[in-house]
Design a protein around this ligand. Structure first.
Ligand SMILES: NC(=O)c1ccc[n+]([C@@H]2O[C@H](COP(=O)([O-])OP(=O)(O)OC[C@H]3O[C@@H](n4cnc5c(N)ncnc54)[C@H](OP(=O)(O)O)[C@@H]3O)[C@@H](O)[C@H]2O)c1
Length: 377
């Protein structure tokens, strides 16, 4: 395989190193804007597209632009594309999967969800035989690191976030992680593949952890509950529910015990039932290894994306119901069932109802925090 690699950052440098150790993978070009001091370096993306011998382009630059234009150009030039860029694939899902199909080339992004975990390839495999009923999990290591440290070591949100940044888990601008958008992109990709649908990211309800306080965490602890940022999607009676929310789990639940920056993702299927995948959700070598595994899959005959059909399906979060811990200065009288620390526990309400309430309340109280009390659907 002759590879054109785009991006020589954390993941790109790892991919380069792993590919160099193999006889069946040759990296011919490495595109980066910085001078990177390797013989394959180029700043001309066209070098990768114009070289007929390059059969596979790996995109690990990140961001939407010019990643989208470069990936589209690579597919149009008849190259297979492997990427770890969840933001890109979630945003241009229809365009890129259709283009790959039209060009009859492979388009793979296993490292985009779960970093080093072979989650998307496992979903691809299970859905051949049985319908996926639901998927759920911790899909972001940065927020799990923050929540674990707040609960176990009594750190404030700000200190836990600074530690995550110092360790390289969180970016300088951590918004995409702490506001749940990174998880939303991963959930969208997983749900699209699991359910054979194409979801609109704008329809997915997302609650983040930006506003969680140490007092909130104490309130949960005193009730033997642990807060985790969970992504969940399920199909029931023809409806598709898809949402991201801080969720209060019993301390003894498996998901509650996931430490530091690890991920735990589970699918639930018609025959197999629940199956969970646990491991490093980010980091140079786990993620780069998954990118290289995608290339090896191509060598062993994989020729397409993970799913074929992609019907536009509307998200309906009115079918997902929870009681919520709700802390806000906005009026909660109509929703409250009981007082919980600085907040209230609401009566059962749907994710859609809570999203509508929170959207309005945010105007008055930007520090509002909500967390769902886990139930079984
Ligand atoms: N880091 C992880 O653990 C992880 C895990 C899973 C998935 N991913 C995904 O993998 C992708 C790469 O992440 P990363 O952490 O490796 O990012 P990174 O360290 O910022 O690396 C990106 C590299 O691409 C270069 N670049 C950016 N724009 C470019 C352009 N227009 N032309 C040429 N080169 C360009 C950057 O150069 P400059 O530094 O000069 O900007 C940098 O060297 C992202 O989509 C990310 O979401 C990362």
């Amino acid at each position: 395989m002759i590879i054109g690699l785009m991006g020589f950052g954390t993941i790109g440098a790892g991919v380069y190193e792993l590919a160099k150790s193999r006889k069946d993978l040759t990296v011919r070009y490495v595109l980066d804007i910085r001078e990177i001091g390797i013989p394959e370096w180029t700043t001309r993306a066209e070098d990768l597209f114009e070289d007929k011998e390059v059969d596979t382009v790996i995109e690990v630059m990140g961001g939407l632009h010019p990643a989208y234009e470069f990936v589209a150009a690579a597919l149009k030039a008849g190259k297979n594309v492997v990427t770890a860029n969840k933001y890109l694939v979630a945003t241009y899902y229809d365009e890129l999967t259709a283009l790959a199909k039209e060009q009859d080339v492979a388009f793979r992004c296993t490292a985009a969800v779960g970093g080093g975990i072979s989650w998307l390839t496992s979903l691809e495999r299970v859905r051949r035989l049985e319908p996926v009923v639901a998927l759920e999990g911790i899909m972001n290591g940065t927020t799990n690191y923050i929540l674990t440290n707040m609960a176990k070591n009594g750190l404030s949100f700000e200190t836990a976030l600074s530690e995550a940044q110092a360790l390289g888990y969180a970016e300088a601008d951590p918004s995409a992680d702490i506001d749940g958008l990174d998880v939303m992109h991963k959930l969208l990709l997983s749900a699209n593949i699991a359910f054979d649908v194409s979801l609109d990211p704008k329809e997915i309800d997302v609650f983040g952890i930006r506003n969680i306080t140490d007092d909130d965490v104490w309130t949960f602890k005193s009730r033997h509950l642990t807060c985790k940022l969970l992504a969940r999607a399920f199909q029931k009676n023809g409806k598709t529910a898809v949402f991201v929310q801080p969720t209060l789990l019993s301390e003894s639940a498996l998901t509650a015990s996931v430490p530091t920056n690890f991920n735990l993702i589970t699918y639930d299927t018609a025959f197999t039932g629940k199956m969970s995948y646990y491991g490093q959700g980010a980091g140079r070598y786990p993620t780069a290894a998954n990118v290289v595994q995608d290339c090896l899959d191509l060598l062993s005959g994989v020729t397409k994306f993970y799913a074929d059909a992609a019907d536009k399906v509307a998200v309906d979060n009115s079918v997902a119901k929870y009681q919520y811990y709700l802390r806000t200065t906005a009026d909660t009288k109509a929703l409250a069932a009981e007082k919980w620390g600085d907040g209230v526990l609401t009566k059962e309400m749907s994710v859609a109802e809570m999203a509508a309430f929170a959207e309005k309340a945010k105007a008055e109280d930007p520090r509002i925090f909500v967390a769902a009390l886990k139930n079984e659907e």
